[in-house]
Design a protein around this ligand. Structure first.
Ligand SMILES: Nc1ncnc2c1ncn2[C@@H]1O[C@H](COP(=O)(O)OP(=O)(O)O)[C@@H](O)[C@H]1O
Ligand SMILES: [Mg+2]
Length: 252
């Protein structure tokens, strides 16, 4: 079944079109990666899917139901949850209080204490730091709180905007392992936006390459990872991609 379907979505900032007729589909329980360079339109696309930005054209369906112009809260209620690039934690609140905010979006009315135990099993360091203010955590720990809070909301579709950005390779791997494991065990559907193509393609059932607001390639994770043209630019096989590749390899 198609869990998320985006058809010909366009989004503009004033006269600048950042997303230009993008279509993609995510099957239930799949992880789909949207990769592309800085400025390609990935964050804009995710924000529009979440309803935080208004699309000027296109249609989005969640579990077969068109979302129309539903606001963010309604999309959350229907099972969508976005972990934005900036993580949006409350820095002067504790780890545990930040996690508790996920329960407001929880559609199954599960007990917070049970949910907490589940998250602390996934990220044991958060239990050690539960009384610490979120603003004083390392970047990796903050990302774990942001993802933990999202998982407490028990979404059908989790949207992740560049979870790897600025984090050490080991931490990135740990976070990706949790996402992939969670997807496998609980059938979570994931949309992963990443500049780090190597990382994103490894975990992807399907992937889309976005350039200047358009999908220019799509395929399975391994198809794109083995695409010579893509390898040249995004995986560091050629000169043009060296800068991107260096950035990527420093966090893979
Ligand atoms: N708030 C904004 N106002 C105007 N232009 C924006 C805004 N946010 C992003 N853009 C522009 O839209 C394009 C896509 O940006 P973005 O979606 O952030 O790309 P990505 O996430 O792939 O790096 C870029 O050209 C960027 O400069
Ligand atoms: Mg972005």
């Amino acid at each position: 079944m198609s869990m998320l379907e985006v058809q010909k979505l366009s989004v503009s900032y004033g006269r600048v079109r950042a997303v230009n007729g993008v279509s993609f589909e995510v099957k239930e329980g799949d992880l789909v990666s949207l990769i592309g360079a800085n400025g390609a339109g990935k964050s804009t696309l995710l924000k529009a899917v979440m309803g935080a930005l208004t699309a000027e054209a296109g249609e989005i369906s969640l579990a077969g139901v068109p979302l129309g112009r539903a606001p963010v809260e309604e999309r959350v209620r229907r099972g969508m949850y976005l972990v934005p690039e900036k993580r949006s934690l409350f820095n002067s609140m504790t780890v545990q209080d930040n996690l508790e905010l996920g329960t407001y979006a929880n559609r199954r009315a599960l007990r917070f204490q049970d949910e907490l135990r589940r998250i602390y099993r996934l990220f044991p360091i958060l239990e050690e730091r539960k009384a610490q203010l979120a603003g004083t955590l390392s970047g990796g720990q903050q990302q774990m709180v942001a993802i933990g809070r999202a998982l407490i909301a028990r979404p059908k579709v989790l949207l992740l905007d560049e979870p790897s950005i600025g984090l050490a390779p080991l931490v990135v791997q740990q976070i990706m392992d949790v996402i992939v494991e969670h997807k496998r065990q609980e059938g979570l559907t994931v949309v992963l936006v990443e500049q780090n193509a190597r990382l994103a393609l490894r975990a992807a059932d399907r992937a889309y390459l976005i350039e200047i607001g358009k999908v220019v390639k799509e395929g399975s994770g391994s198809e794109l990872a083995n695409d010579p043209q893509l390898a040249e630019i995004y995986l560091g096989a050629g000169k043009a991609g060296r800068e991107t590749a260096d950035a990527a390899s420093s966090i893979v």
